[in-house]
Design a binder for this molecule. Structure first.
Ligand code: ADP
Ligand code: MG
Length: 600
């Protein structure tokens, strides 16, 4: 008996669908891209329950004929390429002709569509690849496609979806990637009958402002510098922020030929252009649009993949680096100064011959850190001792888990040995095994981290009321994120009340951070939770504790008395493990007697 048979289309489609449509966000992306490929000038997105029950996209594009309306849902049905050769001159977003086939395999789809030249439109309804209805209908020119009950027939997929908040955030992220490249097209995004985004047609800058603008995201378009470079290989346009407008939480976007992409290597080029101008952990926001001959990039990209391969990445790296440097050089007199060897000035020359060197005037006294009060050590809290408040309530050493497995420094040693501070950064402590070097900021971070985690899990953090409540305004996706972590923020000592659909008033803060301005602290927490995609409660608690500890720990450059050092070290060595911070950075390092003796 023969045992091989062809799978029914509906099954094959369902299997293939898993690749293209992984979650509501991928479905939304495909639908909106189709609308743009159809030349729409206005696109409305209507979502219910983060796309689980409804994802609807309405456009005023070309619409489809009766025949095309039916064909559109067949696998490999596309109007965008005819032969393999066309792949190399691709300018549309879609081309694989799989999106609609995949979507209708795993959802209930109803579409109405009409071309301008037709009097009547077509209504078609498909449930799990089965056409259940097709008939003429009255409808406006364009396409209106409604995807209901996504994954209704694939329970595994449904179970795989994250919380509504997370899925909605994914939808918005996907939406941002698209709307930033189509500023002329107007968009709306409605979720559960609430308008989350209303984006009128405009310039690129206006679109960026509308999506990320101040005060929502701290992307100030007024602090943008234009970049603009044309070479034979590539054209690079866009905006980068002035160094003094860099933030801890930046919006960084690359697009190539009208498509969002991630590109860690090119990111490095941008960061290199800023090197020496930013404080540690500050990032520049940028929106950079590449245009390149389609044959110079790998087009056979997977629809869900955002990393794109370029033929000549090293040259483009150089062009991008020079382009950003030139833009930054135009408005600031900031040369590349190596601040550690004060005064030594090093202006890198592009190595690539067809890249012109940016002209840079040198001001050796320029120090970007002076104008920005956000950087250590300028803003060392004056009442830093208050950071220790509440610490005395921490577990007494005696019943703390003994640090037996971490014998670098024993409590008895810390209690009586002399301690020195070195270079405003390190604490030196002699121990039985040699000289122990302790990073003061990280040591304090570890102590605070343990304390914050303890508060999150068991107790309530001490709160200090603010004299003047502050208002935290956030974009939609971050409001969602904040709502998610709010109970934990409250547990740790933040007193916050929602003011409006996009803002909270901050009335109190954890006493350990009382000397810091609360908004950057909260934004840093949100940023960390988002960046590290903390999705479970435990993960985001860790991120909250880490971000708070990082913000509140004593800074480098802060002079410590011996008593202060001892107090902190006693708490450090009482921790079950103290060699590294929760994010893996080294806290203590040992210079052994042997190493020391070898030097003489
Ligand atoms: P692809 O976009 O890769 O061609 P899709 O499955 O997404 O494949 O769409 C199949 C075809 O259906 C498209 O090539 C296009 O001709 C047609 N189509 C889909 N959505 C729209 C729309 N919103 N307006 C007009 N035509 C559309
Ligand atoms: Mg498509």
């Amino acid at each position: 008996m023969d045992i091989i048979h062809l799978l029914p289309d509906s099954v094959a489609n369902q299997i293939a669908a898993g690749e293209v449509i992984q979650r509501p966000a991928s479905c939304l992306k495909e639908l909106v891209e189709n609308s743009l490929d159809a030349g729409a000038t206005r696109v409305q997105v209507i979502v219910r329950d983060a796309g689980r029950t409804l994802l609807q996209v309405i456009d005023d594009g070309t619409g489809m004929s009766e025949m095309d309306a039916r064909l559109a849902f067949e696998r490999h049905a596309t109007s965008k390429i005819r032969e393999a050769q066309d792949l190399f001159s691709l300018r549309t977003m879609g081309f694989r002709g799989e999106a609609l086939a995949s979507i209708c395999a795993v959802a209930q789809v109803e579409m109405t569509t009409r071309r301008a030249e037709d009097e009547t439109g077509t209504l078609i309804e498909i449930h799990g690849s089965d056409v259940v209805r097709q008939e003429p209908c009255v409808c406006p020119v364009g396409t209106n496609i409604k995807v209901s009950n996504l994954f209704f027939n694939v329970p595994v997929r449904r179970k795989f979806l994250k919380t509504d908040q997370t899925e909605l955030r994914n939808l918005l992220t996907e939406f941002y990637h698209i709307v930033l490249v189509y500023p002329r097209v107007s968009f709306t995004f409605v979720h559960n009958d609430e308008i989350l985004m209303e984006l009128p047609s405009g310039t690129e800058k206006q679109r960026i402002e509308a999506v990320f603008g101040n005060p929502k995201r701290n992307v100030y378009t007024s602090s943008f510098v234009d970049i603009n470079t044309e070479t034979e290989l590539v054209s690079i346009r866009g905006f980068v922020v002035k160094p003094e407008s860099a933030t801890r939480k930046a919006e960084q976007f690359f697009f190539v030929n009208g498509r969002y992409m991630r590109h860690p290597y090119f990111l490095k080029a941008v960061q290199t252009a800023y090197s020496g101008m930013l404080a540690a952990d500050y990032q520049p926001s940028f929106f950079i649009y590449f245009d390149i001959a389609p044959e110079a990039i790998d087009v056979n990209i997977h629809p869900t993949k955002t990393e794109i391969k370029f033929a000549d990445e090293q040259t483009i790296f150089q062009i991008l680096l020079a382009s950003v440097r030139e833009a930054l050089g135009k408005f600031t007199l900031a040369p590349q100064i190596d601040f550690d060897t004060s005064g030594r000035i090093d202006i890198p020359q592009p190595t690539d011959s067809h890249v012109s060197a940016p002209r840079v005037t040198v001001d050796p006294t320029y120090n970007p850190f002076h104008s920005r009060g956000t950087v250590y050590p300028d803003k060392a809290p004056t009442n830093w001792e208050s950071l220790y408040e509440g610490l005395s309530a921490a577990k007494p050493l005696s019943d703390a888990p003994a640090a037996v497995h971490d014998e670098l420094l024993r409590p008895e040693e810390v209690e009586c040995c002399p301690l020195w501070q070195y270079g405003g950064r390190y604490i030196l402590a002699p121990s039985a095994q040699g000289l122990v070097l302790i990073n003061q900021h990280r040591a304090h971070m570890a102590v605070l981290y343990a304390q914050f985690i303890e508060q999150l899990e068991h107790t309530q953090g001490a709160m200090q009321q603010l004299l003047f409540p502050e208002v935290l305004t956030l974009p939609q996706d971050e409001m969602i994120l904040l709502a998610q972590i709010l109970p934990d923020l409250r547990a740790i000592g933040f007193d916050m009340e929602q003011l409006s659909p996009d803002s909270y008033s901050v009335l109190g803060v954890p006493s350990q951070t009382a000397s810091h301005s609360p908004l950057p602290v909260l934004q840093h927490i949100l940023h960390q939770v988002r960046e590290r995609s903390a999705d479970t409660r435990r993960e985001w608690r860790e991120q909250i504790a880490l971000a708070l500890a990082e913000q509140s720990a004593i800074p480098y450059g802060k002079q410590l008395t011996e008593a202060e050092m001892r107090d902190m070290l006693m708490k450090l060595v009482a921790l079950p493990s103290y060699r590294r911070t929760a994010d893996g950075k080294v806290i203590v390092s040992l210079l052994t007697d042997e190493e020391i003796n070898k030097r003489f």
